[in-house]
Each structure stands twice: as C-alpha cells, then as structure tokens.
Ligand binder design. Structure first.
Ligand code: GAR
Length: 194
C-alpha cells in the first residue's frame, strides 16, 4: 500500500505511522509527506527519518482547484493508494475528494460528531466532559465529518489538566492510527490505484 501523509504542524502522528511501518506493524510505504506550511515541524521529522517531503502553500495558487490539482498530480505521479491526513488543517475540496473517494483518512482528537474543529481537546476539557477520545474516519466535504472507522474513548479525570489530557489523547492517536491503517490494508477495504 502506497501512502501519502498530509500534515500542517507538529507531525507526531506522521512519525508514529512511519515508525509503525519501520517496525513492520504496518505493511505500507510512505511515498511522501506533504505539508501546506513550510514551517511545520513535520518537515524536520521527515528529514530525520529520511522520508521524501513536498511543501507548498495554497497562498501561491489562484484557487483551491489549482492548488489541489498540483497535489493530485504529485499523488498520481507517485502512484499513491491512500491519503492519510495527520493534523492537516484544511478542508479537502472536490478535486481530491473525487479522485480519492473513500481513500482519504483523517484522525481527529474527539469522539465525533462531538467537538469538531481545530481546538477539540480544549473544547471538551472546558466543557467539563467526563470523557472524550479519538476518531479515525474517511473524509467527505465537511469539517471532521465522513464515515467513522474507529473510535476510542479517553477519560477526563478530575486531576487532569489540559496538558495531561492532550498527552493521553496523543498517546491513543499514535497507537490507533497505525492500527486502523493496517486493518484497512488487511481487509483490502482500500482499492489500490490502477
Ligand atoms: C492531532 O491531535 C490530530 O488529531 C489533530 O491535530 C493533531 C495533529 O498532531 N487533527 C485535527 O484536529 C483535525 N481536525 P500532530 O501534528 O502531532 O500529528
């Protein structure tokens, strides 16, 4: 299975997937990391691990269609089967969605449909929820919507701080995301590129 990982920031999920591949827990190859942000720490991680990366910003394109057409060309050139959004903070438009229907996965730090958006861990914490969690789902045209593949709960304990909750959630993400990717590969749910 040939994977491209999209990230906008820290890239810890990207690294977790790369490590799971290196230790043969996931039977795949990361063709490249794509970043929409030249300052993303994910790029430093790619350099350290030795995974090719591509970086360009939508700001340099006239439209989302033009930006995504460039991305699609890269995906097709590298014969990518599956796109993995790991902290990629943009909505995917119809250009990529149509070409990669049911082949774009996202991870989100809440029990969707609760707390979509960019500050989900904080939102759940400040809402005094007793639990939150992690969701892996296929994407559609919405923000953090689309068919859910797996969810795992994380308890919010009275002694938790926002930092400790974030740490617990990331720990679950780093285990769950590679696990779900491998399950999809084994179940042959993802149709390979032709
Ligand atoms: C992760 O917690 C991921 O679930 C979240 O961004 C973080 C990226 O961390 N994604 C979203 O909120 C998507 N709406 P990372 O860059 O260290 O992998």
């Amino acid at each position: 299975m040939r994977i491209a990982v999209f990230a906008s920031g820290n890239g810890s999920n990207f690294q977790a997937i790369a490590e799971a591949i290196a230790s043969k827990q996931v039977d795949a190859t990361i063709c490249f990391l794509f970043c929409d942000n030249p300052k993303a720490y994910a790029i430093d991680r790619a350099k350290k691990i030795g995974i090719p990366y591509t970086v360009f910003s939508p700001k340099n394109y006239d439209s989302r269609v033009a930006y995504e057409t460039e991305l699609l060309e890269q995906l097709e050139k590298k014969e990518v089967d599956l796109v993995v959004l790991a902290g990629y903070m943009r909505i995917i438009g119809p250009t990529l969605l149509t070409a990669y229907a049911n082949r774009i996965l996202n991870i989100h730090p809440s029990l969707l449909p609760c707390f979509p958006g960019k500050s989900s861990i904080r939102d759940a914490f400040e809402a005094n929820e007793k639990k939150t969690g992690v969701t892996v789902h296929f994407i559609d045209e919405g923000v953090d919507t689309g068919p859910i593949i797996a969810q795992e709960e994380v308890a919010i304990l009275s002694e938790d701080t926002l930092d400790s909750l974030e740490a617990k959630i990331h720990q679950v993400e780093h285990r769950l995301f590679p696990q779900v990717i491998q399950e999809l590969i084994e179940n042959k749910t993802i149709k390979k590129s032709e």
